[in-house]
Design a protein around this ligand. Sequence first.
Ligand SMILES: [Zn+2]
Length: 268
Amino acid sequence: MLIRFFFFVFSLGFCQCDPHKNGNNKNHFARDRSPEQEIPVLCYHNIKSELDHHAPELTVTDSVFRIQIKMLADSGYHTVTADELYNYLTRGSALPSKPIMLSFDDSHEEHFSIADKEMKKYGFKGVFFVETIVINKPNYLTSQEIKTLADEGNTIACHTYDHPLVTRLKDDEWLKELDEPRKLLEKISGKVVDYFAYPYGAWNEQAIEELKKRGIKAAFQLSELQDPRDPLFTIRRIMVSDKWPMTKLNQEIHSAFNKKFLAYSRPK
Ligand SMILES: [Zn+2]
């Protein structure tokens, strides 16, 4: 297992350079893929009609989002759920050809009204990391929308109650920031909530221990280097920029996890 994850972190063998090679055959399972190949995970936050003052790494315009999703579908990518990724990473379970995970942080309403609607056109599924304090507030997901996303086969996952730096949480604060929001999401979605994303991508050893103690199966950061001691709890994601042309997105999908520099600074 340790060896597998060592390669998972450092493998240079991910690139599938011909985007059209496998077409759109959803029944084709790449059973010959070696388990050390890393699966790209894209991370979206805001999806707005205009970029305005928003940072392009935290906001993509809806037109760019639609183009990116279409490009992934046209290129033969197939989305995977958090369970499928977990089973692949821990047991080497088969995945569809050209697997990719699409994840959405911070419970924005457009994750339902734009992202889900767009993904459904191509049979794509997403992983939605919800912070529960904003549920049913204006411009954020409603309980009903979360339930619909879960019913459609998307993954509902935990992103704390009110988005703190979990690296600074005291023992008793984990109840408020993980146990209670997780229970609420399970009640709303009717599904078990097993996955977690660190607010600001910030993690440390203590936070990982708390997640493990509470039965979280895997946790996602942003784009920092993975911890080789706990790769399942420091799964990396690509922060998609609104400013990337399609060639750049393709390039990032193929190479982001091999970068030796940090693509996103962790708040101290
Ligand atoms: Zn967040």
